[in-house]
Design a protein around this ligand. Structure first.
Ligand code: S3P
Length: 439
């Protein structure tokens, strides 16, 4: 079902306290590691977005028992030494790049044949970045142009392997580490720049000795296999990438004052918050606490007069999903915001670099792309456009946030994908007083 949606300036400032939804990256990993482990993993705060539901279904297809107990509370009984079994039908990842890449990695450790598929957006995204290292480890795939649909024709008995991914990608890193769990010997990953470390953290929580040695600006991660994961409890922290939309709305709508509770504060995910502080945002984190192996905090945000800044390429790994909404925020800042090193945005759920430029220009914002650099000049926003979202949840939400600060409403052609990562987006936005309608 395709739902169009419209956002416009609210008549009163945004206010209130809301709780960030469960983190998508951690939720995928909790289900996958639970399905590999021995025993019953209890997960609370799981994000029940469509991407995660696809991963839950995939884990069932590989033979794990996955049970929903209550809202966000799930139990996974892992396959442990029996190993993942051959799925009877093709495993469908839906829209989820993380689900696809991590699961293909984990399944490569088993001597099974598997067919994989995804939706139109996922089927246009490059899978060679995980298939190449998995092939080098000894897995075999039947695939056209390194895109889904594809088949694993051989897995298991993978070789010890040392890999330096050419892209900074937590998905590629995770695929290789998960593939190496059953390998007899060391699987080693050289990261040239640090990416989100939820796989390493969670493997540690499942009892695995993950060795991490800093090297230059990155690190070397190694696991000496074969290893056995022990079921544990996972409390999923709130998603900073979803909180970003609430924070953006609070910064952009005059007079707003909101608190987003339970946000994961992991250095590898907090780039946007640091950039916003550099731009002059009132954005304060307090009530720091530990939960599920991560630090979480409550973020207090007030409408702020921001200044454009230059965001260097080194920021990309810690805020790779946040650039569309940062560009939207930058449209209200004084001066120009220059964001460098955005090549990876072209291979997300849609080409987010091109999509962000289109979204801004269609709504009267002065913006340009030069190579992998995006420039956005701030000022009053006209709005009024109907934006194509190309099956991309973050483009859909970014467009709707822009409409909260533009003179005329902003419409999107398809809001259905928002449910992949942030099913409560409309409810939480309404709770703080944002004017967003779905039709
Ligand atoms: C993710 C890693 C990032 C990010 C994605 C989630 C993960 O992708 O964009 O939304 O959970 O590992 P890349 O690894 O392609 O940068």
């Amino acid at each position: 079902m395709i739902l169009s949606a419209k956002s416009q300036k609210p008549e009163t400032p945004l206010s209130g306290r809301v709780c960030a939804p469960g983190d998508k990256s951690v939720s995928h990993r909790a289900l996958i590691l639970g399905a590999l482990a021995e025993g019953v993993t209890e997960i609370t705060g799981l994000l029940e977005g469509d991407d995660i539901l696809h991963t839950a279904e995939a884990m069932r297809a590989f033979g794990a028992k996955v049970k929903r107990i209550a809202d966000g509370h799930w139990q996974v009984t892992g396959r442990a030494d029996r190993g993942w079994r051959t799925p009877k039908i093709p495993v469908d990842f839906g829209n989820a790049g993380t689900g696809a890449r991590l699961i293909m990695g984990a399944a490569a450790a088993y001597n099974i044949k598997v067919s994989y598929k995804g939706d139109a957006s996922l089927s246009s995204r490059p899978m060679g970045r995980v298939l190449d290292p998995l092939r080098e480890m000894g897995a075999k795939f039947e695939v056209k142009k390194d895109r889904l649909p594809l088949k694993q024709t051989k897995g298991g008995k993978l070789k010890p392997f040392s890999y330096t991914p050419p892209h900074a990608s937590a998905q590629v890193k995770s695929a290789v580490l998960l593939a190496g769990l059953k390998t007899d010997g060391v699987t080693e990953l050289h990261e040239l720049s640090l990416t989100r470390d939820h796989t390493e953290n969670m493997l540690t929580a499942f009892g695995i000795d993950v060795v991490r040695k800093p090297k230059d600006k990155g690190q070397i991660i190694s696991i000496n296999g074969p290893v056995r994961l022990k079921a544990t409890q996972v409390k999923v922290p709130g998603d900073p990438s979803s909180a970003a939309f609430l924070i953006a709305a609070g910064l952009m709508v005059p007079g707003s004052d909101i608190v987003v509770e339970n946000v994961m504060m992991n250095d590898a995910r907090s780039g946007l918050f640091e950039v916003l502080n550099e731009m002059g945002a009132f954005l304060r984190a307090d009530n720091f606490r530990r939960s599920g192996g991560e630090t979480i905090a409550d973020l207090h945000v007030k409408h702020s007069r921001l200044n454009g800044i230059t965001v260097m390429p080194q920021r990309v790994p810690s805020m790779v999903d946040e650039y569309p909404v940062l560009a939207v925020i930058a449209a209200t800042a004084r001066g120009t915001t220059v964001m460098h090193g955005l090549g990876e945005l072209r291979v997300k759920e849609s080409d987010r670099l091109a999509g962000t430029l289109k979204l801004l220009k269609a709504n009267g914002v002065i913006a340009s792309i030069d190579g992998d650099t995006l420039c956005v000049s701030g000022g009053p926003i006209i709005g009024g456009a109907r934006v194509k979202t190309h099956h991309d949840h973050r483009m859909a939400m970014s467009a709707l946030i822009l409409g909260l600060a533009s003179e005329k409403p902003v419409r999107i052609d398809d809001a259905s994908m928002i449910a992949t990562s942030f099913p409560d987006f409309f409810d939480l936005m309404a709770e703080v007083g944002a004017n967003i309608e779905v039709s």
